[in-house]
Design a protein around this ligand. Structure first.
Ligand SMILES: C[S@@+](CC[C@H](N)C(=O)[O-])C[C@H]1O[C@@H](n2cnc3c(N)ncnc32)[C@H](O)[C@@H]1O
Length: 208
């Protein structure tokens, strides 16, 4: 969804380059080099942060031009692979230790979210983590913009789609799939940006 919006956004090359606070938080969970997959890597800032810490990273995004740019720019790094793909249509692959999704699950429909969570569970190693940061229904822009037909929690605002997750329902969904919740909160302080401190959901689920 919104492929053209994100292609244009990254072509401007003015997205944040520093790793997110979430990436730093997640890195602290990992005591040894791990196999990480990132869904919706954008300009690659968090994927590169993990790779620079010694992890092996597959960083997926739908933006072909950005993935081409990153593949060329960082071709000397042997432990990172930038992959052009739709992360809602992934096949089974070599199992990984950590699946990282920052601000991407609100870009897809509820059914796609469920399918991605099941795919995550089936492809994570035992004890592996699924780490998510996402907009929820306490987020300050929830219900702003144009409602999306047949999707009660989705809106087009600032020219792109966002579906705001219900925190309790999302945790329940993960538990139903078989995940154990290692950490879950919906609060401010996770991703302050440009003087704003909005409310986001942060979840770390573990496959036991
Ligand atoms: C809000 S940006 C977040 C980028 C990055 N995770 C970060 O935190 O800086 C959302 C990213 O997810 C990507 N994306 C959204 N839906 C996708 C899909 N179905 N498959 C692959 N990438 C997707 C977009 O292209 C965009 O780069």
């Amino acid at each position: 969804m919104d492929k053209n919006y994100w292609e244009t956004f990254y072509l401007k090359q003015n997205a944040e380059l520093k790793p997110s606070l979430f990436a730093r938080y997640v890195a602290d969970l990992l005591l040894a080099p791990k196999e990480i997959v990132e869904l919706g890597c954008g300009n690659g800032r968090d994927a590169l942060f993990f790779a620079n810490l010694g992890h092996s990273v597959t960083a997926i995004d739908q933006c072909e031009s950005e993935i081409k740019f990153l593949s060329t720019r960082y071709q000397q790094l042997k432990n990172i692979y930038f992959m052009h793909a739709d992360f809602t249509k992934m096949d089974n692959r070599r199992p990984f230790d950590l699946l990282y999704s920052r601000f991407t699950l609100h870009s897809i429909s509820a059914q796609q979210e469920k399918d991605v969570c099941i795919w995550a569970f089936n492809n994570l190693n035992v004890n592996g983590y699924f780490c998510i940061e996402v907009r929820g229904q306490k987020n300050e822009i929830f219900r702003k913009g144009q409602p999306v037909q047949n999707e009660p929690d989705a809106f087009i605002y600032d020219q792109h789609y966002r579906r705001f997750l219900n925190f309790d329902a999302f945790c329940h969904e993960l538990k139903q799939i078989g995940f154990k919740i290692h950490y879950a909160a919906e609060e401010k302080g996770f991703a302050p940006f440009n003087g704003e401190n909005e409310t986001y959901i942060r979840v770390v689920a573990q496959r036991k």
